[in-house]
Design a binder for this molecule. Structure first.
Ligand code: A3P
Length: 310
């Protein structure tokens, strides 16, 4: 199905989820061609849940012995999305399956695909090549507000008029959003994390924001890369938290300057991935009716499964 949407007819519904048309081919090719390895680490998320932040945190954890925490650290020179291959986006960006195969293990990749759209070989706990997934989720009200701002930036660059908050809200509540329905996306990974906690780590943006150090340690342990006593004494956790903080990353030149990237992601630019970086900005945008609608959907969808957002 094709729908009138956030970017003017550029979303396609595929197996129950709304994918941006530029990533449909890549999403299907993952099913057909991607050869998973048991050492693969996949950062998964619904867009606007904190993907950029988690890309940075995991990159910093995995590569902590390859780079010093000084001015030459790659995270100070590149946007995190340029350091972590984006699975379904690769095809669109001129990449190929052979590029993925050329990467040394362990591979750190990211994707917005819902859990059900990954091949069984990656997700089934009985598969010899089952991957590890880190999923970052966020409260639906902040996701909606973040997405509305983000999409209007893209629309402006495409020469489209801004989408009103009301129109965007109608799309979002009906499940039409980037890789939506949002709630189904979250549910897929939540259930998988309950079934296979050693394969799927489910995180919430609000929790990571409240206790970043706790979550950096949790990530390192989940990835079988726990910090040694020596590293802890050297303050490595604090260094990683600081390096990847919103304040630090959003103020870097590489993340402040809008570059025209016509040949690659034609309308997305590094600054688009940094806005406020706060919990609860929905209060400045949503009407009481909108809040009630989103709270009600969230309650119905997540009822009885132990999932709550602050
Ligand atoms: P807001 O629009 O609410 O500010 P994604 O990376 O999944 O697209 O999510 C983008 C959201 O994460 C934006 O939220 C952005 O500001 C926020 N963000 C980006 N980098 C961050 C960081 N280092 N720490 C916390 N939040 C961050």
């Amino acid at each position: 199905a094709k729908g009138d949407d956030w970017l003017g007819d550029q979303f396609f519904q595929y197996q129950g989820f709304w994918l941006p048309s530029i990533f449909v081919k890549g999403s299907m090719l993952i099913h057909q061609r991607f050869k998973p390895r048991p050492t693969d680490i996949i950062l998964s998320s619904s867009p606007k849940c904190g993907t950029t932040w988690l890309r940075a945190l995991i990159f910093a954890i995995i590569n902590r012995n390859s780079y010093d925490f000084d001015e030459n650290h790659p995270l100070l020179k590149s946007n995190p999305r340029d350091l972590v291959p984006f699975l379904e986006g690769l095809i669109h960006e001129g990449g190929s399956a052979s590029f993925l195969e050329s990467l040394p293990s362990p591979r750190f990749l990211s994707s917005h695909l819902p859990f059900s759209l990954f091949p069984n070989s990656m997700t089934s706990s009985s598969s010899a090549s089952a991957c590890r997934f880190v999923y970052i989720s966020r409260n639906p009200k902040d996701v909606f507000v973040s997405m509305w701002h983000f999409m209007n930036k893209l629309r402006a660059r495409e020469g489209l008029p801004p989408l009103s908050l009301d129109d965007a809200f109608d799309l979002f509540r009906n499940g039409v959003s980037l890789y939506g329905p949002f709630w189904d996306h979250v549910l897929g990974f939540w259930k998988a994390s309950l079934e296979s906690p050693n394969k799927v780590l489910f995180l919430k943006y609000e929790d990571v924001k409240r206790e970043p150090s706790v979550h950096v340690r949790k990530l390192a342990e989940f990835l079988d890369l726990p910090f040694s006593a020596e590293e802890e004494n050297g303050g490595i956790v604090e260094k990683i938290v600081k390096l990847c903080s919103f304040e630090n990353l959003s103020n870097l030149d590489v993340n402040k300057i809008v570059k025209e990237e016509k040949t690659r992601r034609h309308f997305v630019s590094n600054p688009d991935f940094f806005r406020k970086g706060q919990v609860g900005d929905w209060i400045n945008h949503l009407t009481p009716e909108m809040v009630e609608v989103l709270d009600q959907i969230t309650k119905e969808k997540f009822q009885g499964i132990g999932l709550k957002f602050d």
